[in-house]
Design a protein around this ligand. Structure first.
Ligand code: DQA
Length: 146
């Protein structure tokens, strides 16, 4: 099984940006944790981060016929991007939305999620562990068929 993990804008600044919300571990720590989980679960994983909406759309399109699952933290694009929602719908790959912080307890403008209209599940407020939970969900549900 192959899972694509996508991260949106400013997630490369983990460890520096708002540590009270996002923790003190950096983006490299997040990638190591995901890669370790992939090794232990016997799946292939690719991790991609971009600050640009179009690059994330391109990556989702390229996942067509290449990946069996997508874990996506669109970051700020969660709350603005119909383009990311449409890209996910276009490729029709099972996807899970992840947020490090508990967006449900934050500002009003963070209460909208466009990708949620496509994703099977949303995991928020569990820190980096949310990514692991999302990967395990996809492996349990779809892992045996691929
Ligand atoms: C975030 C929450 C978003 O509202 C915010 O714009 C982010 C990160 C999270 O992981 O908690 O950049 O997606």
């Amino acid at each position: 099984m192959k899972i694509l993990v996508l991260n949106g804008p400013n997630l490369n600044m983990l460890g520096i940006r708002e540590p009270a919300l996002y923790g003190t571990q950096n983006y490299e720590n997040l990638c190591s944790m995901i890669n370790k989980c992939a090794d232990e679960t016997n799946i292939e994983v690719e991790i991609f981060q971009s600050n640009h909406e179009g690059c994330l759309v391109d990556k989702i399109q390229q996942a067509y016929n290449a990946f069996d699952g997508i874990v996506i933290n669109p970051a700020a694009y969660t709350h603005t991007s119909v383009a990311l929602l449409d890209a996910l719908k276009a490729v029709a790959i099972p996807a899970v939305e992840v947020h490090i912080s508990d967006v449900s307890k934050r500002e009003d403008f963070r209460q909208i999620s466009y990708v949620r209209h496509y994703c099977e599940k949303t995991i928020a407020g569990k820190g980096f562990d949310g990514y692991i939970e999302a990967i395990k969900y996809l492996v349990e549900k779809y892992g045996e068929s691929v």
